[in-house]
Design a protein around this ligand. Structure first.
Ligand code: FUL
Length: 684
């Protein structure tokens, strides 16, 4: 009896409590699905690019390299997975087939697959091996299957479409749960196509029948996010550099966007919830190239990308090019692991934990300001209907230094905030924090970095939103300073400039190839270097005795050793000025540039840098190079449109003086041809 009345009282209390509970704000459409929310909470995961390209030093195989060249001798998927886990990444997506058409699993659809390679005497199955390793180590598993297939004879026709769908079917049927399926949008047109060596164009939205493909995938993997195609769940962020816009809405609609680059910011007024994914490689290329071993992204660079992806309301997909032996290279593995540890250290102690903030206004019971510091993702502070601005003030128990603020909106009810500001109170005065960030959207997560400041209190003002505010988390941190990697450049006057972005620190350098130490020359101002040399530089903090990542730059011929004979135009100087942002565009109709060196040199390669300006065009995608009238190189700068990095081409050394770089095609078929930088690699 006693128990009964006790229970009744309990029910009554909770009934009363729920009666007093204010009503939750109405969702503002569109809102994410439960699967999209679960995906966004993953925040970071890995990509691996591996296949025939790896063994042929290519980014985009043409579809004609023999399957027998796939021969990793130490392949160990568990090593990949251990590295990926140590880097704090929650899953991995494997390139089961790239544009060259080579399949990493023993598919029944085409012979061009792993069973016709020497790997495990044709008994290997990379998709199986990696998915097993993921299960063993508790990582999620996803797949990339390139729709564009440069090998298949039937590409562009119904025959290949059937093959493609059957390949999807094999992959979704045999390898366990998938968290993401990647349809790559690239389609360069030309390929081997069964030996026809031609260019084929298709209308991707219709040709691949993505709706059908999606249904097949979702039937077996309802949680899987579809990337790309015509019915995606998430969107490409519009660049392959790993960052999202500071303003970044989860809403998007390709048909409403003026250009694909709009994807970096999303759209405030679109009716699809399509959160952004930032894909980026830890090296310049997506596939492994020995020449990039010293170009692995450094810890500070990766840390910066974290803040500009996850900290900008997007997920980060970090690629590891698997090396020739079948392992993640040691440098990549060390840098990725240290990157994670650095992020952990930067966001270790939440200075607002347990503080009950004061809110400008509250909707009522259940939506109090204390919800933003209770560590519960599903409880949030909300303002009343009709109130879409407000502030949260956190009194700090003692004067504290800070330089990071993290804010999260309760996205199940939609993304709302479009403007906010952050202030600190010092000596009784409020002032805004010093930041270069534009404080607009928040979404699932926004992290703002600002100059370290002392504070007795912190205030976040939400100044514009699409409806009542729904904020579920606010945290603040004091990240230790991080030594950056210097940048090194040489201008047309042969002046070498070494600099660092962000916090200032001492720089030491060498020009004779030796390793720089704090005993080396200290950089104080640009210096002249009018010969071939390698400059190495480090940052150093005398207080901690720590050095930052080393920068290495090899300088070959100087700008005055080049003379452009055609076209005659003084603007051509821009291509030797050490600055990839200043670009020379060839006059309309002209397709080549002729350069004369000061004297004959033994030349073993050249470097072409496309315009480095954001979203530039006119990049050369197909080229030919002659030295003294003899063709020494020609081919494709694969993937240069979306990954416009420096292109280094090597060839057998040849002595000569007159060089002609000819453009056979630009990446976007624009009539103007841009050259950011051009240089040759000499052996003398
Ligand atoms: C691009 C491809 O063309 C690249 O090779 C790479 O796979 C990247 C992730 O997507 O569109």
């Amino acid at each position: 009896m006693q128990i009964k009345s006790f229970l009744a009282a309990g029910v009554l209390t909770s009934l009363l409590a729920s009666c007093n509970q204010a009503e939750a704000p109405a969702p503002i459409l569109p809102v994410p699905t439960a699967e999209q929310i679960a995906w966004q909470k993953m925040e970071t995961y890995a990509f691996v690019h591996f296949g025939l390209n790896t063994f042929n030093d290519l980014e985009w195989g043409y579809g004609d390299t023999p399957a027998q060249t796939f021969n990793p001798v130490k392949l160990d998927c568990e090593q990949w997975v251990r590295t990926i886990k140590a880097a704090g990444l929650k899953g991995v997506i494997l390139t089961a087939k790239h544009h060259d058409g080579f399949c990493l699993w023993p598919t029944k659809t085409v012979d061009y697959n792993i069973s016709n390679s020497p790997y495990k005497n044709g008994k290997g199955d990379m998709v199986r091996e990696l998915s097993d390793a993921c299960k063993k180590y508790g990582l999620k598993f996803g797949l990339y299957l390139s729709p564009w297939d440069r090998r298949h004879a039937e590409y562009g026709r119904e025959g290949y479409r059937k093959v493609y769908h059957e390949q999807i079917n094999e992959l979704i049927s045999n390898y366990g749960p998938l968290f993401e399926f990647w349809f790559d949008g690239a389609n360069g047109g030309n390929g081997w196509y069964g030996g026809t060596n031609e260019s084929r164009s298709i209308n991707p939205k219709e040709y691949y029948q993505y709706e059908k493909a999606r249904d097949m995938i979702k039937e077996k993997h309802p949680d899987a996010m579809i990337f790309g195609g015509s019915v995606p769940d998430i969107r490409w962020i519009g660049n392959e550099s790993g960052w999202a816009g500071e303003t970044n809405w989860c809403m998007y609609d390709e048909d409403k966007a003026s250009h694909y680059r709009q994807a970096q910011w999303g759209l405030k007024d679109a009716d699809k919830w399509l959160p952004g994914e930032c894909d980026v490689s830890i090296r310049p290329g997506w596939f492994y190239h020995h020449r990039e071993d010293h170009q692995v992204r450094t810890v500070p660079n990766l840390v910066d990308l974290y803040y500009r992806s996850v900290g900008h309301n997007a997920n980060l997909l970090l690629n590891f090019p698997i090396s020739l032996d079948g392992l993640i290279h040691a440098t990549d593995s060390v840098n990725a692991t240290e990157w994670y540890q650095t992020i952990q250290a930067e966001l270790k102690t939440n200075l607002l934990a347990g503080i009950r903030p004061e809110a400008s206004e509250t909707r009522g019971r259940g939506f109090e300001a204390k919800n933003v510091t209770d560590g519960n993702w599903d409880s949030y502070w909300a303002t009343s209907d009709g109130v879409s601005t407000g502030s949260l003030t956190f009194e700090l128990p003692e004067a504290t230094s800070l330089n990071r603020v993290m804010i999260q909106e309760y996205i199940p009810l939609g993304q709302r905030v479009s403007a906010f500001s952050i202030e600190v109170k010092k000596d009784g005065e409020w002032s805004p924090v010093e930041t270069t960030d534009t404080l607009t959207t928040i979404g699932y997560k926004r992290i703002v970095r600002f100059k370290t400041t002392a504070a007795n209190a912190l205030r976040v003002n939400f100044t514009e939103a699409r409806g009542p505010l729904c904020i579920n988390n606010v945290e603040a941190f004091l990240a230790p300073s991080l030594l950056q990697q210097p940048t090194i450049s040489r201008n047309a006057k042969n002046e070498v400039k070494i600099g660092v972005i962000g916090e200032t620190s001492d720089i030491y350098y060498t020009t004779d190839g030796t390793e720089p130490t704090p005993q080396s020359a200290k950089y104080v101002a640009p210096f002249v270097l009018d010969q071939k040399a390698t400059v190495k530089a480090i940052t150093y903090d005398a207080l901690t005795g720590k050095t930052g990542p080393e920068a290495i730059k090899r300088f070959d011929l100087t700008a005055n050793q080049y003379q452009v004979v055609s076209p005659k135009d003084e603007k051509t100087a821009a291509i030797f000025d050490g600055n990839g942002y200043t670009t020379f565009y060839l006059p309309k109709g002209q397709k080549e540039i002729t350069v004369k060196l000061d004297a004959p040199h033994t030349i073993s390669g050249f470097i072409y840098t496309p315009n480095q300006a954001r979203d530039a065009n006119g990049h050369i995608s197909h080229y030919e190079l002659t030295v003294d009238g003899k063709k020494v190189a020609g081919g494709e700068f694969s993937n240069i449109k979306h990954n416009p990095i420096e292109q280094e081409i090597r060839f057998a050394p040849v002595k000569g003086q007159k060089i002609v770089l000819k453009c056979l095609r630009t990446a976007d078929n624009t009539p103007h041809i841009g050259i950011g930088e051009f240089s040759v690699i000499t052996e003398d």
